[in-house]
Design a binder for this molecule. Sequence first.
Ligand code: AMP
Ligand code: MN
Ligand code: MN
Ligand code: MN
Length: 278
Amino acid sequence: MIVDFHTHSLASDGALAPLELLRRAKAAGVHQFALTDHDTMAGYLSVRHTNEASEVGLISGVELSCRWASTTLHVVGLNFDADAPQMITMVEQLTQAREERAEKISKRLAGLGIDGALKGAKKIANESQIGRPHFATWMAEAGAVDSATEAFDKYLGAGKIGDVKMFWPPLCDVVQAISQAGGVAILAHPLKYRLTGMKLRALISDFKAAGGGAIEVLNGRQPETDLKRLSQLAEGSGLMCSVGSDFHRDFEYGPKLGIDVERLPDGLYVWHAMEVAA
Ligand code: AMP
Ligand code: MN
Ligand code: MN
Ligand code: MN
């Protein structure tokens, strides 16, 4: 069986239209699929009733931004009621937070002599949920940097001036919204936050106490040792496992859509607990 429970479309910072992404998932032989755009369900809502959606076993999905202590985290929500008021309100709150953050990023860049970033990034984002990648693309196009990667390295990445943290809701709020909407909350890519082992265990404990259901043991291309470590962490903490490509766009060394479950270690995976047809 091939699954993918973490992907992005044009509705956030991915390159493909939602329907195009589903077609690509179908071509990759995917049996169960989630589109998990950053802080928006717009892409999912636009395709949920299509033939392509049933062909790839589409379930509801989203990747919500939140904070835990001073760390920005991502929590993937799966298989929730996308019409539940808790989810609609949470996504509205996060959309507002992204607007406010975008203004702040722009002001900070203007302080460095890089003017017009808000207008530029919004033009790149168009209808999409605005994020740092849109600023990065604009900065490269405007000639402020040589590439989007350089924009992250110098201005937008962790700890840089454009890394504005203060607007995200607390971890327990986003986990609660997903749970109340009947879904499962998954701690996305736990090793990307660069926490010490002790802090990571504290995070997982807080996440579980808040109602979290699973941790992502496989995210895109990652070392085989990470898969083992995260699977052990999941088992030791009584959480299920989830997997996803975190596909955004095609690039040479990037992840492809779809994960063959045959390559995964034994464990309790989110799809074991889902009432969806395989
Ligand atoms: P945001 O959610 O708006 O803060 O943007 C975070 C997104 O930016 C992530 O989901 C990645 O897709 C992308 N991203 C983060 N760091 C980098 C980086 N160093 N280079 C390129 N893209 C990045
Ligand atoms: Mn992204
Ligand atoms: Mn993420
Ligand atoms: Mn993601």
